[in-house]
Design a protein around this ligand. Structure first.
Ligand code: ADP
Ligand code: MG
Length: 312
């Protein structure tokens, strides 16, 4: 577990307090998303975890041990870091870029080679084609796949990602979101992901922490945040996604929903999305009848998928 206790950060050349009494816990294996507007302190928070930035006061611990008590080099090797700007080394092949950390860990050449090829396949880049290429021979989306793979190569416990997809086009962003979800399920590391995009946060996060002016506005599971936004600020983040007066037909038409045998429906497709949301607070799924008489099983997942859809 990573824990922040009463953490403050004030930059020397800046009168404002960047981080203002931050308290939070990140559980092992979580997909933790830190979301908030620009300047709210997300990057500062992330960089304090791997000690790229030192807090002014307060404690940060990993499994109860103060991060200052870890050997810095060893600690960094236990943490993958993915940046918004991909920052691959331009004169090194893709394979060599991926195996930078394994090399510092003195893994054998064979082991490094195997890891690079395995990871490239995992993210849909044919190793035969890509391993020996240089970064400039890849598209932006492909380079960011390599950026992610590089952060995972030494099998770290914690992976930090700072707005890794914000420079990509919507289609690549969509594919890479799917990809990090898949990698998180397979590799069971703690992912800490920073974004200013609430759609992305809801799509990815298991736990979502909403940041504003250097402190947490709300933290909870994504269902808690979606169903019970705590105040106007959090709610405002969802404004474009409120869909209160939209019909359930939209979900049925746009999402893969499960059809079930005839049972008494809870709602019809002409009911509103907000009706579904309230129903899902007290039951696991709702049965919704479409105009053709079919009955569909809609879950919180269907609702979230609809709310976090791209391009609208
Ligand atoms: P975010 O990542 O959410 O956009 P940051 O953590 O980068 O926010 O910044 C938080 C606050 O700290 C902002 O007000 C920003 O201007 C300030 N800040 C960030 N880095 C520095 C720095 N190196 N020197 C002075 N102020 C900084
Ligand atoms: Mg930032």
């Amino acid at each position: 577990m990573i824990e922040f206790k009463n953490v403050y950060k004030k930059y020397e050349n800046n009168d404002n307090t960047a981080i203002n009494d931050l308290n939070l816990q990140i559980q092992d294996g979580d997909f933790f998303v830190l979301v908030g507007p620009s300047g709210s302190g997300k990057t500062t928070t992330l960089k304090m975890i791997n000690r790229l930035i030192k807090q002014t006061s307060g404690d940060i611990t990993i499994d109860g041990k103060n991060i200052d008590d870890f050997d810095l080099r060893e600690m960094r090797l236990q943490m993958g870091y993915v940046l918004q700007n991909i920052a691959l080394f331009p004169n090194m092949t893709i394979e060599d870029n991926i195996t930078i950390q394994p090399e510092s860990l003195k893994w054998s050449k064979e082991k490094r080679h195997k890891v690079a090829l395995d990871l490239l396949s995992k993210v849909g880049l044919d190793p035969e084609k890509y391993a020996k290429r240089l970064p400039r021979e890849l598209s932006g989306g492909e380079q960011q796949r390599v950026g992610i793979v590089r952060a995972l190569a030494s099998n770290p416990k914690i992976v930090l990602m700072d707005e890794p997809f914000s420079a990509l086009d919507p289609i690549s962003r969509n594919q890479l979101q799917e990809l990090v979800l898949k990698l998180h399920q397979e590799m069971k590391m703690t992912f800490i992901f920073v974004t200013h995009d609430m759609n992305e946060a809801v799509r990815l996060g298991n736990t979502i922490a909403i940041m504003r002016l250097g402190h947490l506005e709300q933290i909870g599971t994504r269902d808690e945040i979606v169903h019970n936004p705590k105040n106007k600020f959090v709610n405002g983040f969802f404004k474009n996604q409120q869909n209160d007066d939209k019909k359930l037909k939209l979900i049925i038409d746009s999402q893969k929903c499960q059809e079930v045998d005839k049972q008494t429906p809870d709602l019809t497709e002409e009911d509103n999305i907000s009706d579904l949301a309230s129903l899902l607070r007290s039951q696991e799924f709702a049965l919704v009848q479409s105009a053709d008489g079919k009955i569909w099983k809609l879950t919180t997942q269907s609702l979230l998928n609809y709310l976090s859809r791209d391009g609208e």
